[in-house]
Design a protein around this ligand. Sequence first.
Ligand SMILES: C=CC1=C(C)c2cc3[nH]c(cc4nc(cc5[nH]c(cc1n2)c(C)c5CCC(=O)O)C(CCC(=O)O)=C4C)c(C)c3C=C
Ligand SMILES: [Fe+2]
Ligand SMILES: [Fe+2]
Length: 348
Amino acid sequence: MSREQSRPATAWPEGHPEVRFGRIGILLINLGTPEGTSYGPMRRYLKEFLSDRRVIEMNPVAWQIILNLFVLTRRPQKSGEAYEKIWNRELDESPLKTVSRAQAEKLAALFADTDIVEVDWAMRYGFPPIAERLDALKAKGCDRVLLFPLYPQYSASTTATANDKAFDALKAMRWQPAIRTVPPYHDHPAYIDALAGSLTAHLESLDWEPEIVLASFHGLPEEYFLKGDPYHCHCQKTARLLRERLGWPEERLRITFQSRFGRAEWLKPYTDKTVEELARNGVRRMAVITPGFAADCVETLEEIAIGVGEIFRENGGEQFTLVPCLNDSDASIGMLRTIVGEELQGWL
Ligand SMILES: C=CC1=C(C)c2cc3[nH]c(cc4nc(cc5[nH]c(cc1n2)c(C)c5CCC(=O)O)C(CCC(=O)O)=C4C)c(C)c3C=C
Ligand SMILES: [Fe+2]
Ligand SMILES: [Fe+2]
């Protein structure tokens, strides 16, 4: 029987607004993305993202000076050029947005037989904002909400800040929904299975075989790792479990870190440097999988497929391929459904 109700057992008392309740919301959250590739939207996106103190931990006064004087004067143009190469022109939006919407719609379809669950999606930076989608879920009667930051490997700079933003929104609510947050799923069997299946299927679709596969994760300043962020360990475990699941020797699947930002040391080995070195040392055929990204985005489609592919070829490499992210594939949606099912126990 549905828990959904729009009034208590007796009628709402005189003057009390009619509030719907009794339903469950699932909010898929990803990082966020610019609204356009020109200077203005790129600057707005980068300013919000890079003003987040979970992302840039240095002294905020000093950082705001550097950010406004140097980073936001040059980077919007440079990053805009990268987004321009991968932009979804049909929908006039970035691929991350297209995929995120599809993930939510397909997950929602798996709950179509029940009127109790509502699935929505939001971005930590930009649109759709987390506060707006939480309000929308509340308006649909969700008094219990499962926050699902789509980062398999936990980092304060991604998972924690997504949850922070949701809790900020709750501060303004008279009737807060009960909240659960999905734990990191870097070692979940459904995730490892989905990765192994997608890598195997991609390799079978090629008419050549890579000598080496790189598992390239988004990087993080080394300092954050030394302060206790578990991200690096989660990445290592994902790569190990994937290798074991495939039955591959250690040298066939190597872990690297991409998307360095700024001058500090980041997690190593760096993807671009490793690819250059491998090509120079005679590797001719290579594949890259990016298990830390739930959806293809500028970091996979531009930085890896285009940029790192070029580095490989310029240094003597011949065949290069990027394995697509899990995106809205059936395996990906099935995995999300499994994890959500586990986390909703007792509620559903
Ligand atoms: C998947 C995990 C991610 C971690 C960890 C992460 C940390 C992190 N990122 C930056 C700086 C930038 N990241 C940018 C893009 C970007 N980052 C992630 C994911 C993680 N970031 C995604 C999914 C994306 C792509 C978004 C898209 O629209 O496609 C960017 C913007 C692009 C650019 O200008 O290069 C920046 C900047 C830092 C500093 C950081 C850890 C501290
Ligand atoms: Fe990033
Ligand atoms: Fe990048």
